[in-house]
Design a binder for this molecule. Sequence first.
Ligand SMILES: Nc1nc2c(ncn2[C@@H]2O[C@H](COP(=O)(O)OP(=O)(O)OP(=O)(O)O)[C@@H](O)[C@H]2O)c(=O)[nH]1
Ligand SMILES: [Mg+2]
Length: 472
Amino acid sequence: MFDALSDKFHDVFRKLRGQAVISESNVTEALKDIRLALLEADVNYDVAKEFVESVKAEALGQSVLKSVTPGQQIIKIVNDKLTELMGHSVSKFDLSGSPSVILLVGLHGSGKTTTAAKLALYLKKNGRKVMLAAGDIYRPAAIDQLEILGKEISVPVFADRLMPRVDMIAGEAKNKAKLEGFDTLIIDTAGRFQIDEEMVQELISVSHAVLPNEIIFVSDSALGQEAVSVSQSFHNALGLTGIILTKLDGDARGGAALSIKKVTSCPIKMIGVGEKLEDLEVFHPDRMASRILGMGDVVSLVEKAAEEIDAEETEKLQRKLKANQFDLNDLLGQMKQMKKLGGMEKILGMFPGGKALSSGNVDFKEFAKVEAMICSMTPKERENPDIIDFSRRKRIARGSAATLEKVNGLLNQFAMMKKVMKKPGILGNAMSAMGGGGMMGGMPQMPRMGGFGGGQRGSNFTKPKEKRKKRR
Ligand SMILES: Nc1nc2c(ncn2[C@@H]2O[C@H](COP(=O)(O)OP(=O)(O)OP(=O)(O)O)[C@@H](O)[C@H]2O)c(=O)[nH]1
Ligand SMILES: [Mg+2]
């Protein structure tokens, strides 16, 4: 699957992996090759451009992990961005309602009828009671084709050879499914060589007749960009809920799989990977990314290294807390880490009761100000806030556009926090909180941050290794 694209990625990564130091110029070079590889695989031009830019921004902004090479870290970034591009996680079918209705639409020969049967088999294996409906009344033998497939998998097929209106057939099928206790109805429809007004109108009337839970665009992946633009037109006309890409076992170059989610914002739900009725798979964006890159080993290596660093730094922080040496540098590190995790609002949203906090009790502008004040201190001052006398306080206030009262307030609050932490019992609570919840009085609840010091962890990819060492 997507062999040419995989080979190109391998070439790019082979070059990168050999280099001990990654500079902006060789990242740029690698990204140029990646962009070319994507375009050759028929990925949408804007999608390829945006992809490369997002990888670059992440690569240049990220701290270097100790135990992996920068090249390996870039592979991980490319892997993550590819996964994100294809939809991040699995998109399940909406199977609510009785019956739940899945309408399959698409161009001529894209694989709708085969996919209807494949999907029926898949859902049947998952405990659903499925009925198929023959909605292609135009192509000779289309109904026969579906009936033969239905027999093969022992799924009944509703057909009405005398009825000239597809919306009425679909409506009748839904009634029958309901009456006979089927919980899922899959409707096959006719394809055209290209999307036209008549086809759209017919599909809209079917959609109105049965109010489907899912309108799935079945697309031949070998069509590449054409598949993407046709799916966009279908989406505009019908409001698709998902995509099934067929014939990924063939010579598709990958363009459709990589661009269709981004362009249409409809998720790829399943993929057809062969002519047999069992050849339908749930689409896992992460598995597809590692299939394309073929770099699963490197990705897990980098993940492990990141976890180790997090564990190491959490331990360091715990030691400091124990010795009551927790200083403003650590507080700043934690705040940076929180930013990296996606901002306070998002983090608070993950906690029970966090929503209440984010809607009023915490002033997020204030939070940014606290960070600005700490950033205006010298590292020595952050290490030992006791040396911050009046003139230093004035300087910090000026440097962070805060008032003197605010600076005083922050320092008093921090001193109080340290005092509270000295009390017996409190430290234990703080330590366990670091493993899963809040950490400090006066500050908003913080989640487990897996270490502190986004800013302390090292430099970014633009800095040569010697410099990194010196800074540590
Ligand atoms: N290799 C391979 N062949 C497939 C796949 N899905 C469908 N096909 C083949 O593609 C051809 C067309 O499939 P159909 O299911 O008849 O396509 P359709 O969209 O219903 O076509 P119309 O009804 O004419 O619009 C058949 O020969 C299928 O066996 C797939 O995932 N892999
Ligand atoms: Mg068909």
